[in-house]
Design a protein around this ligand. Structure first.
Ligand SMILES: Cc1cc2nc3c(=O)[nH]c(=O)nc-3n(C[C@H](O)[C@H](O)[C@H](O)COP(=O)(O)O)c2cc1C
Length: 226
């Protein structure tokens, strides 16, 4: 029997997920697994129509060589396109691109070019057929490695990254500059901008053991990055 989530908790929630509807589990996951990066995925249909849509069930999974994944719910245009042309670009969504990204999430008919509706200029990719949005500050060009069906309706797309594009304005001292990058993240049904940043120095096992032998509990040093 499907239960509805309680309005308030008088004791900790202890939940068998099969007791709630998939929609309520989505609300729970989407609020607990946060902040999520947003993959702005551009694909191309077999008829040559460009598509771009956001996917926040997204993450990196390997660096040697680089692979990423995202998950599609249902038989969307992105899914159909990846079955036909197994290539895509993934752009990262920064604050300045938030509204264009939202527009691109509208369920447009399959034969509509979402770059045009979201007012996005296209750039040709180096290694894949789908275009990439010119305004993105960072973009990956990817080849589909495999598609794994997960659960009743999801398709996990595992992608090999074959090319990176990074704009000079978010690059500093050989790394991405978090100050200028300004990615947004998905937070339940909301979004978040970058908050304050900090570093923690991770002690070694030897430090923890030495501190412990003198009766001291090793602490973690925290420094602000702002
Ligand atoms: C921020 C954001 C994140 C989203 N994440 C996902 C996701 O991870 N998986 C998914 O299937 N749909 C996700 N969606 C919904 C799709 O973007 C939406 O269904 C879109 O219309 C699919 O477009 P398409 O049919 O052109 O592929 C997300 C929407 C937004 C706004």
């Amino acid at each position: 029997m499907t239960e509805t989530p309680p309005e308030h908790l008088s004791e900790p929630l202890s939940l068998d997920p099969s007791c709630w509807s998939p929609q309520d589990i989505y609300y729970l996951n989407a609020a607990l697994i946060v902040p999520r990066p947003i993959a702005w995925v551009s694909t191309l249909s077999s008829d040559g129509v460009s598509n771009i849509s956001p996917h926040s069930y997204f993450n990196g999974i390997s660096d040697d060589p680089p692979y990423v994944m995202f998950s599609i719910e249902g038989e969307t245009d992105t899914y159909a396109n990846l079955r036909d042309i197994p290539e895509c670009t993934i752009s990262f969504v920064t604050e300045d691109l938030a509204s264009a990204m939202e527009l691109s999430a509208v369920k447009f008919p399959s034969d509509e070019d979402e770059f045009e509706w979201a007012d996005l200029e296209k750039l040709e990719s180096e290694c894949v057929r789908p275009a990439r949005p010119k305004s993105a500050k960072a973009c990956l060009e990817c080849l589909v490695d495999r598609i794994i069906d997960v659960g009743n309706v999801n398709h996990m797309i595992i992608l090999k990254v074959v090319h990176y594009h990074v704009s000079p304005e978010i690059w500093d001292k050989g790394r991405i500059n978090m100050e200028t990058y300004r990615p947004i993240g998905r937070l339940g049904g909301q979004y978040t901008k970058m908050g304050s940043r900090f570093k923690q120095r991770r002690p070694t096992w030897i430090e923890i053991r030495n501190a412990n032998s003198t009766g001291v509990k090793q602490s973690v040093e925290v420094t602000s990055c702002d």
